[in-house]
Design a protein around this ligand. Sequence first.
Ligand SMILES: C[S@@+](CC[C@H](N)C(=O)[O-])C[C@H]1O[C@@H](n2cnc3c(N)ncnc32)[C@H](O)[C@@H]1O
Ligand code: SF4
Length: 389
Amino acid sequence: MPLNIQALPPLSIYVHIPWCIHKCPYCDFNSHEFKGQNIKNNEMAYTQSLIKQIDSNQFDSSRPIQSIFFGGGTPSLFNPQSFKKIIYAIKQKFTLSEYCEITIEANPGTVDKEYFYGYREIGINRISLGIQSFNDKHLKKLERIHNQKEAYDAATLAIKLFDNVNIDLMFALPNQTLSELNEDIEEAINLHSSHLSYYHLTLEPNTYFYNHPPPLPNQDESAEFSDLIKSKLMEAKFKHYETSAYAKQENECNHNLNYWKFGDYLGIGAGAHSKITSNFNITRFSTYKNPKQYIQEVNNNSYIQEEHLINNNDIPFEFMMNALRLNDGFIIDLFEQRTGLSLNSINSEIKLCLEKGLLELNNGRIKPTMLGQNFLNDLLQIFLRNDKP
Ligand SMILES: C[S@@+](CC[C@H](N)C(=O)[O-])C[C@H]1O[C@@H](n2cnc3c(N)ncnc32)[C@H](O)[C@@H]1O
Ligand code: SF4
């Protein structure tokens, strides 16, 4: 049965830059070490491929683009001129919304002052810095290519040049103590960035840490760490609006909000994922992951490696997996607009969550309770359906 989608969701663009100077031992992102290859040649060839993929877009180009996110990998390895060409190609094909948030991820170990000025000049209006910790001992263990001073200098420069700056940090690090975490949080607060993302370090399969696990804090310690982060950041006037995200007033990340509100996105570049709603269907597709293969396949105009329609039965779970990360949850209308389904179709699941105290319903808004936030995976399991139609 076709979905009853009345209005198309907002559309964002994600552009993936798949190279780094060094592969961090905890990282499972599609990122590859340069290993003596010529950065400039790769940058030129890859930028051309990104532009070809943008030019070849077959989807409705009339929808305004809400946000563009250059993620990685380490996008800050690339020259502002490359991003200028990519943004120009996007503008040729699409219309940008009146305020289009344009973010670039930067690694403090690759900060070039001229590049930062250049990024601002070509219209990038948000920087996301991968700092992870301000503690040299932890930075070393995480094999980051920057030290505490470089982290501090990069953040100070970014905040001087951009109104909107995110700092990525991780907690529950190998052998981390509560007082070390406390110092990290205070360093972050003292920088006065507009946004902080605080991730619990996870051991992802296919990473060095997964195969050689370092000594990590136990569950009780992690919960204590998490509570400390929440209370200190909220005291410093950050709003805890998503599982790992904190923002000063009105500085939430529009790009990520669009994912969490089950909006549409077009992924450009190696291994980039897309979700597109059209003709009353929701399609997901992804491109070839390996950068060399991606470049070749773009030349053959066959860069999509995998594509599938989301099964109607899976849509409620996929929606909840995103929307329930938001501490304010979602309004019922949003569920119906984005999924094309009526809330009645998940009445029994919602009822069970309310009975278990995992969700609350107030004024047409459904949101996770504190219990639901703390046991998000258990909450989501309730929406998982094993039966296919
Ligand atoms: C897409 S990554 C890339 C950012 C950038 N390349 C950097 O590392 O500086 C975005 C963020 O995810 C977080 N992250 C990456 N791997 C993680 C893991 N295994 N556990 C928790 N957070 C992780 C880090 O905070 C990182 O900055
Ligand atoms: S710099 Fe970022 S993307 Fe690159 S390997 Fe490290 S965590 Fe992964």
